[in-house]
Write a protein that binds this ligand. Sequence first.
Ligand SMILES: *[C@@H]1O[C@H](CO)[C@@H](O)[C@H](O)[C@H]1NC(C)=O
Ligand SMILES: *[C@@H]1O[C@H](CO)[C@@H](O)[C@H](O)[C@H]1NC(C)=O
Length: 519
Amino acid sequence: MAEPGAAASAGRLLAMGVTGTVLALVAVLLLRTATFPEPDELRGWGRTGASRIPAQFSEAERTAMKEALKEAIQMPTVSFSSENINTTALAEFGEHIRKVFPFLFSTSFIQHEVVEQYSHLFTIHGSDPKLEPYMLLAHIDVVPAPNDGWEVPPFSGLERDGFIYGRGTIDNKNSAMAILQAMELLLRRNYVPQRSFYISLGHDEEVSGTYGAQKIAALLESRGIELSFIIDEGGYIMDDFIPGFEKPFAWISVSEKGGMNLMLQVDSDPGHSSMPPKETSIGILAAAVSRLEKTPMPNMFGYGTEKSILEQLAGQFGFPLNIILTNLWIFGPIMSRILEKSPATNAMVRTTVALTMFNSGIKVNVIPPTAQATINLRIHPAQTVPEVLEIVRNVVADDRVRYHVLNAFDPLPLSPHDNEAFGYQLLKRTIRDVFPEVTAVVPGICVGNTDARHYTNISKGLYRFNPIALNPQSFKSFHGLNEKISIQAYETQVAFLFELIQNADTEKVPRPHSAEHEL
Ligand SMILES: *[C@@H]1O[C@H](CO)[C@@H](O)[C@H](O)[C@H]1NC(C)=O
Ligand SMILES: *[C@@H]1O[C@H](CO)[C@@H](O)[C@H](O)[C@H]1NC(C)=O
């Protein structure tokens, strides 16, 4: 996929259209990069010296941590739909964490609450009440995984060639387990945090988080809790994504697209199929959704932050891409058309529309009285739910079609990611500690949705970053086949959280660094 050097060739860029170079631009789209500050400029962060606990784990601890993850994977905590979740497996998960993380459940400054029977909320009381609390967020439910196509059964948690296989190994039991695991290991080393924080594990993220994250957020809001920031899944260390960027870079999502599930319905008089009307409800609705498929939502390139960012990034690239990126007033239209060619980049520049369900018909010889289609829209940060609905109506342009908004939410505002943004800088600092090979951290946008959005009202910043390296291939295993995590990657994730929790024990946000030039 990656073609080093390709990004430097404008001719190829324009000719290739949908291949590697465009993927390269996905990554730079909507982003700013920043090089890391020099090490000595980071002093004064978090715990230093004697009170710092090194992230070194014994052989026995490392074995226990991977076994605990495997067991968690073996519990089929599947969310089939919002009405159908595997409550048996969710309850087993609750027992499992009590068994493998005993310190977490017996430490005086930690309070554990079960919310809506299956979600878990831990309150870790820090020693310094002046420090504003934060939250580490993950979810314990998974999407279904039929056996077909898997190399090992999806709920086996089998270890093979240094990997643990199974549904949930990267989405998102790795995070749920790693957060608890890191805290357990810190507690075993007599750690007492200065800054308070919460660990929240939702049980229905894959079906909107209505009973998990949403209830936990409401509970905390009712208690008057305000959070400095939240860290959830939804950003990664991107490996092999950008030709020309040979080193992996970290993508912290600072916003996510909005969404809407919209049902379109056409009703017509039922009748016998021997004397059909000119158009049936199926025909009318099929024509309507076909128009929607053929008429994409407007390309919003230039209406978000992507254009100025591309211009600012120009200096990172060689001739002639740098010339193109600094002259988007000429090349903008070409760039926006290139970006819409592949599904991944297209999702970045516009609201996407996917026809996901179509139901009609009751009997072979009966004119169907009703036809229903559901479309799933993911809303670009520069648009809103009402604007998008209006466009849909105009494209369909047929009064016989009725609309039912099943659920909808606007895109989330950008969380702060400047030099004063504590949560963002904390992540950046910890990435630097744990992943020395990563040279750039970029604030991106998450095209999917996460539980973090439910906490908008009680948190100053929502950051989506999972400290694991993914290449384009591994992205396909999200909700797909052969989801897996390497044991080493999981250990690194635990180490990352172990460091991050300690790094949070500080009041200071580092000042802007002279060596750091924001591009
Ligand atoms: C639900 O979880 C239980 C307990 O792990 C498991 O035995 C059962 O097969 C699961 N049910 C479904 C429908 O996946
Ligand atoms: C945030 O607060 C507003 C205003 O009270 C409310 O309408 C909205 O639903 C809340 N959002 C969330 C995610 O709870």
